[in-house]
Design a binder for this molecule. Structure first.
Ligand code: BGC
Length: 766
């Protein structure tokens, strides 16, 4: 139930969105759900295959370029297209296309439980031949470089010749749209063919990115169970490989042909890429197709065992939740070159860049259901720490690490600094994720190896950018998460997150010292870290300026936010949203209007910094002026509404988040899936309705059940153990799975210790 996303009707207008919805990936490779045979009537398409972090470097054009603006940016490239397969029927060689003939039956499925897609078409040719066509696809979670398409053909009312021409194209380019700042506006053609070769039945294409000089290669070979005549060609002019298979088909007898492609790239694969691909391809020779599909299914069983979230009595939301988790799993990078981009590997929106979305939205999900993957995200940030230090220096800071607002390989890619580089909070967000990792896992070795250094370098940034004045430690000229307000003094979110960063730089140092004082001494020497400096961190944290307005009893977003006029939301026509596509940024900056949660998000992340009243007043205040034009917003309002006890609202905001892409609610699903929001829907259940907070002394829950559901359940990791949780109207049940030691939890403020073989049932008051 709810494990398959289905389409039973061919709706040509929806195909471009379905390319994102039905994409397959494994964190390394992402293939959009394009059709092998193409679309009818030249319907719009973004045909794409991406390798995480595989990019070119392009110049940023400026009218007026000032000091410190980045010269270049990175752009994720669309690599070789191996998706095409064409089928010809009979001696007449009638081409199967959706433009001609008749589609008698059609279905398409994304199998969330098996990690693959299946598409079936029952087609009648103009000359009356009926053919059943099935395409099954898999991007392997087990063999990182493998993408395969299995084609099964059943001639329904004829016997005779069938011909399949499968091709691979090196003539590819990226998608551009000059009207939308959320996708690229130019530089479509950046990958150039460097090798095209055929060796018996194996074809290979290698291409090189224009400036980064990175190489991407793909090797294709086919396997069939029929006695087919085969020919393989390369066409240097069209930059294509063509594999032709011809056989005599028998009525009602299925025949299958599998196209396996191995993708390699010079970021990860050493030496000659062709050789690397051959080796990988050969290592898979003994694997039958059904074994590959089976292994994939096993991987998914394991994933869902730790990851599944169930809601009792709500088919639609259940579908959205699983869909979202599945796509997160497909998009998360698993090595130090890659991370998880704003659209994952599903499309080209935001050009494959990694943002703060990772740390504040996606990371907590992985921390709870797959901590090993969460750790990889942290290691990636550590691997670009030196870039962040260089960037801080370039931005005029004497010390510290300023992480890029958007990046692939570590250098700042943002050309619009007011809503880009100025979002200094990204450094505190990354620090926050390091702290959360430690709090959830208790892994002090991680602090020794990475945590202390990263927390100290980010803390140093705040010491340099901020200063002490009569209002306390103040941080000026930064932008908080809300991109409709820019370059402000004392953004509450930034300041409170910086405070946390400073406190934890000191704490992490002390915790690590307790574990291994010799190593910490060496580390302190390497970092030139002194007791005095740690004391300064503490002082800055204690005196941090956290704006408070006594008239409204709220935390103002920044020093001057409340002095601005309030945007006339009621009289803004619906078609003028998102505002960013209709108003100059300066217009927006002059008003109290928020694109997304800012202070409300800070209250979620660091709830102990303010009393309940301030949090409630702030929620009510900001709710009225927030447009949710960013998809990162509604899940935060859902979590905070749940905290404040307004379950109706929490449920409403959650609904907006859970099916945002499935229902194309922001109208741009074609550019890729909104990964942070997808993670937000998980957070809205686990951190929202179940009220989970990860604190120093364990996991804290304050469970609530929306009246629309009979119950809900989920899994989380805490202190190295897997916990299954279920909430009904009467109780919360917690149980350890395969545990080897007890776990400390708090439910509604009371402390419990769950032993490995025990089930804890806490009854909830009305
Ligand atoms: C949001 C940012 C986000 C970016 C990428 C923007 O619309 O305002 O907060 O990082 O999208 O998802």
């Amino acid at each position: 139930m709810n494990w398959h996303i289905k389409r039973n009707r061919l709706n040509v207008e929806e195909l471009i969105n379905e390319e994102s919805l039905f994409f397959l990936g494994n964190g390394y490779l992402g293939v959009r759900g394009n059709f092998e045979e193409g679309y009818p009537d030249e319907s719009p398409t973004i045909r794409g295959t991406y390798i995480n972090a595989f990019h070119d470097i392009i110049d940023i054009p400026y009218g007026e370029k000032l000091y410190g603006f980045p010269d270049t940016q990175q752009k994720m490239l669309n690599v070789q297209d191996t998706q095409s397969v064409h089928i010809y029927l009979g001696e007449e060689e009638e081409l199967y296309t959706l433009e001609q003939g008749q589609v008698l039956n059609y279905s398409r499925k994304l199998l969330l439980d098996e990690g693959s897609t299946a598409r079936e078409i029952y087609w009648k040719s103009p000359l009356g031949k009926e053919l059943n066509i099935r395409f099954e696809r898999l991007v392997s979670f087990v063999h990182r470089e493998l993408f395969m398409i299995k084609l099964t053909l059943i001639p329904v009312n004829f016997s005779g010749k069938l011909k399949v021409v499968s091709s691979v194209s090196g003539d590819v380019e990226n998608y551009v749209n000059e009207e939308d700042p959320r996708v690229a506006t130019g530089e479509a053609k950046r990958l150039h063919l460097s090798r095209l070769l055929v060796n018996e039945d194996v074809g290979y294409i290698e291409s090189q990115a224009e400036v980064s000089r990175l190489l991407a290669g793909c090797m294709t070979r086919h396997y069939t169970d029929v006695n087919a005549e085969m020919s393989v060609y390369k066409d240097d002019h069209s930059k294509q490989l063509l594999f032709e298979y011809v056989w005599e088909a028998e009525e009602s007898v299925p025949a299958s042909l599998t196209k396996r492609t191995i993708f390699v790239d010079s970021l990860r694969h050493e030496g000659d890429l062709y050789e690397a691909a051959i080796q990988l391809q050969q290592s898979l020779e003994d694997w039958r197709d059904d074994e590959l599909f089976h292994k994939q299914k096993e991987y998914m069983v394991q994933f869902w065992r730790h990851g599944d979230v169930r809601v009792g009595g709500d088919f639609k939301l259940q579908e959205g939740l699983r869909f979202n988790l599945y796509h997160l799993l497909q998009s998360v990078g698993r090595d130090s070159y890659s991370n998880i981009s704003a659209k994952g590997l599903s499309g080209e929106g935001y050009e494959g860049h990694y943002f703060w979305d990772t740390e504040i939205y996606m990371f907590p999900v992985f921390l709870m259901i797959a901590p090993d993957l969460a750790r990889k995200l942290l290691i990636y940030r550590y691997s670009i720490l030196s870039h962040a230090k260089n960037r801080a220096a370039e931005m005029g800071h004497q010390q510290g690490a300023l992480f890029p607002w958007r990046t692939i390989s570590g250098k700042e890619c943002s050309s619009y600094f007011p809503a880009g580089t100025a979002q200094y909070h990204i450094s505190a967000d990354i620090a926050y994720s390091y702290i959360q990792y430690y709090q959830a896992t208790g892994d002090t070795d991680f602090l020794l190896d990475y945590g202390v250094e990263l927390l100290v370098e980010t803390a140093r940034l705040w010491m340099d950018v901020g200063h002490l004045n009569k209002n306390g430690f103040s941080i000026n000229n930064v932008t908080g998460p809300d991109e409709y307000t820019a370059i402000v003094n004392n953004n509450y979110y930034t300041n409170v997150m910086a405070k946390h960063n400073l406190i934890w730089a000191v704490k992490a140092y002390q915790l690590a010292k307790r574990k291994n004082s010799k190593r910490v001494k060496d580390l302190a020497e390497t970092l030139c870290l002194t007791k005095e400096e740690l004391e300064e961190f503490k002082q800055a944290a204690v005196t941090m300026n956290l704006p408070y307005d006594s008239q409204f009893g709220i935390n103002p977003q920044d020093d001057t936010f409340l002095n601005k006029a309030v945007w006339d939301m009621k009289n803004t026509p619906a078609d003028e949203f998102p505002l960013l596509l209709h108003f100059h940024p300066l217009t927006l900056y002059r008003y109290q209007v928020c694109k997304q949660a800012d202070t409300v998000l800070a209250h979620f992340l660091l709830e102990d910094e303010q009393d309940f009243e301030t949090i409630r007043n702030s929620y009510n205040y900001y709710e009225k002026i927030t447009t949710h034009d960013s998809s990162l917003s509604t899940c935060v309002f859902s979590m905070m509404a749940a905290k404040l006890g307004d379950l109706e609202k929490a449920f409403h905001y959650f609904g907006d988040s859970a099916r945002l892409d499935l229902d194309n609610m922001h109208g741009n699903t074609k550019d890729g899936l909104h990964m942070a929001n997808m993670a937000g829907s998980f957070m809205a259940i686990v951190f929202g309705f179940a009220g989970l907070r990860i604190k120093e002394n364990g996991l804290h829950f304050t469970p609530k059940l929306p009246e629309q559901w009979s119950d809900y359940s989920f899994h989380v990791h805490g202190q190295g153990q897997l916990i299954s949780a279920c909430v009904t109207s009467q109780y919360m049940r917690l149980k350890l799975i395969d545990a080897n030691r007890p776990v400390e939890v708090h439910v509604n403020g009371l402390h419990y210790r769950i032993k490995p073989d025990e089930t804890l049932k806490v009854f909830l008051a009305d």
